[in-house]
Design a protein around this ligand. Structure first.
Ligand code: SF4
Ligand code: SF4
Length: 304
């Protein structure tokens, strides 16, 4: 198989593994005493290096909970961040408040993906913690009012599978741009929720239901890069990996090496062909780019 790099470089940056929540099925086992984080200077230098490698790149901030990383609102104003052409954020939206909305809007994220699993407070709170449903929904409302492009990252399991339509109707009423569906993963604390794991039949049932009941917005992706491309991931301990699907290669640590150096190492290791994203139909809408769908099972796109 040909190794492919996307012309538009994607770097996913885990700012911290700390979290203000302790969800029962967190695949990263975030929070609960975890508090590793990248120093501000390392993130700033990473962004500068990304820009020096590619003027067309995507930075995606994830956690733990990215918005509780101490430098979060400072980096949104940094020149290094503003120079990155496309920026996205994954958040539980429960650590933000009204005073942060302007900063998040002005950061110009093309997508703010919020974890929301249910249309029912009891169900969401049972997995993610008391009060998290109301906080997340209220902050989604604030962001949508402020023209921030909010999508949902929704974990499907045996518990919400049978109420798919109700859940979708509710999410649509929140004016979300898209729902990304994920299966409950057995990784991290997810391993303790084995009884809720989706079977192959459940996944097929979901796929058919979405395609049949939501034909106009069921996003069957046909990316130009077909089998995906390698992308980069920086962990909160500084480790940098290059990854495609589940195939991961360790490159080194950003506390010891510059990202530009590790990028060249990946190039030498993989000897990739570079695919021209500009010719791809998802170029103008990276929410649908194959590289932004790591581990995602299905999508409903309400922007169509
Ligand atoms: S699933 Fe997300 S919100 Fe929940 S503990 Fe993990 S990182 Fe935090
Ligand atoms: S889906 Fe399109 S834009 Fe995304 S990496 Fe593949 S070719 Fe590039």
């Amino acid at each position: 198989m040909t190794n492919l790099f996307a012309e538009r470089l994607l770097v996913i940056c885990m700012l911290t593994n700390d979290c203000n929540q302790a969800c029962k099925y967190c695949s990263e086992s975030a929070g609960c005493g975890n508090a590793e984080m990248l120093p501000y200077e390392v993130v700033d230098q990473l962004l500068k290096d990304i820009y020096s490698i590619s003027k067309e790149s995507i930075i995606s901030f994830i956690g733990g909970e990215a918005t509780i990383w101490p430098g979060f609102y400072d980096i949104l104003k940094a020149e290094s961040f503003e120079k990155i052409s496309l920026r996205s954020l994954y958040t539980n939206a429960t650590a933000i408040s009204g005073e942060h909305i302007d900063s998040i809007r002005d950061a110009g994220f093309f997508e703010v993906r919020v974890s929301l699993d249910s249309d029912r407070q009891e169900e969401h709170d049972a997995s993610r913690g008391a009060g998290t449903f109301h906080k997340a929904v209220s902050n989604i409302g604030l962001m949508v009012e402020n023209d921030i492009p909010v999508t949902a990252g929704t974990v499907l399991s045996k518990s919400n599978l049978n109420r798919l339509e109700g859940l979708i109707d509710y999410f649509k009423s929140l004016n979300l741009k898209m729902i990304h569906f994920f299966p409950l993963y057995m990784k991290g604390r997810g391993g303790s929720q084995k009884s809720l794991e989706l079977s192959t039949e459940d996944r097929e049932y979901i796929r058919r239901k979405l395609e049949t009941n939501y034909p106009s917005c069921s996003a069957a992706r046909e990316p130009l890069c077909e089998s995906g491309t390698w992308y980069f991931k920086v962990l909160c301990n500084g480790d940098c990996i290059v990854q495609k699907d589940r195939d991961k290669r360790e490159l080194g640590n950003l506390f010891e090496h510059r990202f530009s150096e590790l990028y060249r190492k990946a190039e030498a290791m993989l000897n990739p062909a570079v695919i021209s994203c500009k010719e791809c139909k998802y170029y103008d809408n990276p929410i649908l780019c194959e590289n932004m769908h790591i581990y995602c099972m299905n999508d409903l796109n309400f922007m169509v």
